[in-house]
Design a protein around this ligand. Structure first.
Ligand SMILES: [Zn+2]
Length: 224
């Protein structure tokens, strides 16, 4: 370690956000990263799990992968990023996503040609200033997969206060897809899947555009 780096480290130590012990580089320490309650990639396609299949309505998707349930530290970091715009939360989420993505790749669970990130409606993008999916998954996947900017979303009511049926209706007309995806295997990426309405609406358009296979992918799934 250089003298300048050692000095910086002494003056401004980095702490693991989970166990609060000092770490050499910022972020989650290796033992805490391994201890996070993430879905196990050796379970393969999460849509084959009975509990997940009953809860999430994703008939247009061939498979589903995710990091974990929307609770604990994952929920906290997603809220800090989305609501308080904390870039450090994006950094931690990228660390978790990259770790989980490598585990899925090691298990050879998915084989896709390109990724499509679920967009925000334009007015929400202007208000927030960034798309959290781009800040997390977009940055992790950029070196490994082509990201196709083919999907756009028009203004819809916020999904949060809507019932399951109303969410489906709200999303059905929300997306627009330009171009063709003929024969392509697509990874469709969002931050949180609550009922599956948003993801399924986007998957339906990908299917109509000719996609051969569609994998839904999210940072978190909302527990029932
Ligand atoms: Zn730790």
């Amino acid at each position: 370690m250089s003298l300048a780096r050692a000095l910086t480290h002494t003056l401004f130590p980095c702490y693991c956000p989970c166990c609060h012990s000092t770490v050499d580089t910022q972020g989650i320490c290796a033992p805490c990263l391994s201890a996070l309650p993430l879905f196990s990639p050796d379970q393969g396609n999460l849509l084959l799990r009975a509990d997940i299949q009953t809860q999430f309505n994703l008939p247009c998707c061939d498979g589903l992968i995710a990091c974990g349930w929307y609770k604990g530290m994952l929920k906290r970091w997603l809220c800090e990023l989305k609501l308080r715009h904390r870039s450090h939360a994006a950094y931690l989420l990228r660390q978790v996503i990259s770790h989980q993505w490598q585990r899925y790749c090691a298990e050879q669970i998915i084989d896709v040609d390109a990724a499509i990130l679920i967009p925000l409606p334009r007015h929400r993008l202007i208000n927030r200033g960034f798309n959290q999916v781009m800040q997390t998954w977009g940055r992790v996947l950029e070196a490994q997969l082509t990201t196709l900017p083919v999907l756009s979303k028009r203004m819809t009511r916020s999904q949060q206060s809507l019932t399951r049926g109303a969410r489906l209706k709200n999303q059905t007309q929300a997306f627009r897809l330009e171009g063709t995806l003929a024969g392509q295997r697509i990874l469709l990426v969002d931050d949180v899947i609550t009922t599956g309405a948003t993801m399924n609406a986007a998957a339906q358009l990908c299917r109509r555009a000719g996609a051969a296979q569609i994998w839904a992918c999210a940072t978190c799934l909302t527990p029932y």
